[in-house]
Ligand binder design. Structure first.
Ligand code: 1CP
Length: 344
């Protein structure tokens, strides 16, 4: 078989090396907006896709082939490793993760098992190995961050205000600490296993941590994030940290031993740099623009590319995931445009 040439533009940008053009990938680039994905989901439940390495690899490859992006992201969910350690979770269409046995006390935390990747997520590791053979672009492995995972585990599903989660953090500090320790260890073990299986970079999704103020972040979250990223520094794989509505935490994030910060659309690349962030940056087109006119979408995307190109170390992405009503052709056109425009 012919040896595949690896497009390493994404990895170079993560390391703040010069690139010929701005690399592109999209959060939720595999998902409901793709007719092929919807068809596969008629046949398999979400976790059945995870349990079947060939299908999981197919869904992961689909956006690379359709959109021409510079990185693939493993098709799984932040809930994937929680199920085998004792969280009774299902993914409901149009809702997201729903958990039948929410965490209420320290004894619920103690009941969770330690993750053993070979035993608990062998099919995920198998899918990564397959993808490593099949892909010509780097594969991004990922995990949910402890706060964001805890929010689902405590609320029992998606939430708007995270009241129960924060009340748990304030009212039961020892149980909260035990939960952060448990999820921190799990994240470290899971991400190291993904890297060993062939993931070239890893992203930690802390989607909902912006619900905290800086003081609470520093006290209750920063230590566990510090331990996760310090451990990952021992590998060659670049690390990315992303959250939504978390611009007020950028100076805290900037102190973590992480390579790339993922921005949502509320904080521009220029603003992040003005705040003193010298790490590589990823983002940050408002995904709503995918549903606006092409001129509006193109104008804003070019602005982001221009800001990003001022220094090495920008990866073009959305500020959050692709919506189910986005259009495959628009995303393809956007990828091509960013590639061409950033080459000039
Ligand atoms: O291409 C890809 O990105 C697919 C892989 C992927 C990733 C990286 C999926 C598939 N989920 C995720 C991460 C994820 N899951 C996050 C972090 C990113 C983000 O903020 O969007 C979060 C918060 C979840 C939790 C989750 N799972 C939600 C959000 C619920 C909420 O609170 O609003 C949803 C809708 C899911 C289900 C899910 N996960 C992935 C897909 C394609 C879907 C939809 C499943 C379906 O109905 O078929």
């Amino acid at each position: 078989m012919e040896k595949k040439v690896m497009n390493d533009t994404f990895l170079r940008a993560c390391r703040k090396e010069a690139t010929d053009y701005t690399p592109v990938w999209y959060m939720r680039q595999a998902g409901r907006y793709q007719p092929e994905y919807r068809k596969i989901r008629e046949q398999y439940s979400f976790f059945e896709v995870n349990e079947n390495p060939e299908v999981c690899a197919e869904v992961t490859r689909l956006p690379v082939e359709q959109l021409g992006v510079d990185a693939a992201i493993l098709f799984a969910d932040i809930m994937t490793p929680l199920k085998p350690i004792g969280v009774d979770v299902e993914i409901r269409s149009g809702v997201g993760p729903v958990i039948a046995n929410p965490i209420e006390s320290v004894s619920d935390v103690k009941r969770l098992l330690d993750l053993q990747p070979d035993k608990h997520v062998p099919m995920i590791l198998e899918a990564i190995k397959l993808l490593r053979e099949q892909l010509e672009v780097p594969l991004i492995g990922f995990a949910g961050a402890p706060f964001t995972l805890a929010s689902y585990m405590i609320e029992g599903g998606p939430s708007k205000h995270y009241h129960k989660t924060k009340a748990f953090m304030y009212a039961q500090p020892a149980a909260w600490q035990a939960l952060m320790d448990k999820l921190g260890e799990m994240t470290i073990t899971y991400l190291h296993a993904q890297i060993e299986a062939g993931a070239s970079a890893v992203q930690v999704f802390d989607s909902w941590v912006g619900a905290l103020n800086q003081e609470d972040y520093e006290r209750h979250i920063a230590p566990v994030m510090e331990s996760i990223f310090s451990s990952l520094q021992k590998t060659d794989a670049p690390t990315i940290y992303f959250g939504v509505g978390a611009g007020h935490l950028l100076s805290n994030w900037n102190q973590l031993p992480v390579d790339v910060l993922g921005l949502d659309w509320r904080t521009s690349i220029t603003e992040a740099r003005q705040l003193g962030v010298e790490k590589a940056l990823q983002g940050n087109l408002d995904p709503s623009l995918l549903l606006a006119s092409w001129d509006q979408l193109e104008g804003k995307a070019k602005e982001i590319v221009d800001e990003g190109r001022k220094k090495p170390g920008h990866i073009f992405n959305l500020g959050h995931g692709v919506f189910p009503d986005a259009d495959v052709d628009t995303l393809r056109r956007l990828t091509d445009m960013v590639h061409q425009y950033s080459r000039k």
